[in-house]
Every structure is written in C-alpha cells, then in structure tokens.
Design a protein around this ligand. Sequence first.
Ligand code: CO
Length: 214
Amino acid sequence: MELFEQVFSNNKKWIEDKKAVRADFFENLSRGQNPDILYIGCSDSRVTAEEMMGVQPGQMFVHRNIANLVPNNDNSSASVIEYAVGHLKVKHIVVCGHYYCGGVKAAMQSSDLGILNPWLRNIRDVYRLHKEELNTIKDENQRYDRLIELNVQEQCVNIIKMAVWQKSYLTTGGPDIHGWVFDVHTGELKDLKIDFPRIAAGIREIYDLGTTKS
Ligand code: CO
C-alpha cells in the first residue's frame, strides 16, 4: 500500500494511542491552546518540528516555510508572530534552521528559480551582510553550514525589529528568542547560543519603534 493510502488508518490508530494514555485527550485539546513556544522552521520533510523535540499537541505554535525565513515584508510569518506574542503570550520564540537545507543551497548558486528568486534573495542578503566572514571559509560545505547558521541569526534579528516583540520585551522581558540548527545527518538539535539581549541592545537605536511610549 502507498503511504498516502495509509494516512486515515494511521490517524485512527493515533487517536486510539492518545486516548489510551489519556481518555479525555481530545476533549482537553478542544478547550483551547496555551503553547509556551513559537517554532519557526523549514518546510523540509526531514525536519519534524514536534517529533524531534518530543512536543505534544497544544504545546507549540508552529510556522514553517522554505528556509525558515522571517522576511521584513512577509505577512504570513508576521501574522504568526503577532498572534503568538501578542495573544498567546508565548515565552520562547525559536528559529530553527537545518544543515542540508535545499533553500540555502539554492541561494548559494547562480540559477534563476522563478517565483523562488525573491524569497531566496533574503538568504543572498544574509550572505552579503556576512560576506567577509563567509568568504574566509574556503571549504564549500563548511561555508554552506555557516550560512545556514547566519541565516537563522538574521531571521531572529528580523523578529527583534517587530513592534509586537519590542513592546512585549520592553514591558515583560520576554519572549526570549533562540536560534537553533537541526542536523539532518545525526538527528541532533544544536543551540547556536546567540546573545540576543546584546544584539537587541546594539541595534535598538536603529529599530526602536517607541512601543512603550504613551
Ligand atoms: Co530547509
């Protein structure tokens, strides 16, 4: 049987498994959500947001797109962040990239990919911002890995630029922003330990939207 044909029977089995652990599992879910984490990751089928983190339904708000981008003029990711921070009051925002990312690889090459061009241009911009560091890396695979990490960092910086995050951070001290990378080759999740309070303080003079002024 094709995988596609198994989906509905898999679903029935999953319902039984959940109910075996907790009979009112779905009744409880239907009462609402109160996730602590907003996860922004790549659409890549190998990077399974909830499964790789052991996160259960209701615990994490998720947004996925090609190469885990938060472009400055993207209404989709902006709406997700607005809702997660402003309404769900998540405590943590994670931008999770992954090694072997096809989106980042494509942005390193000279090829015309149609509608993907403006989307992947965001990664070319990351390359330009960090060209000096990246061009010192002679090994192409190592340079590719580093661009993946720097892309995560710059998407986190894009979140710092947003009014909803600034307002929340300046009044409550959160949510924290985390940059992670998943290694498809080992299954390991790596915290890039990016110092966001320092980065936020360093760029505040440019991006401060005055959200706490009355
Ligand atoms: Co990817």
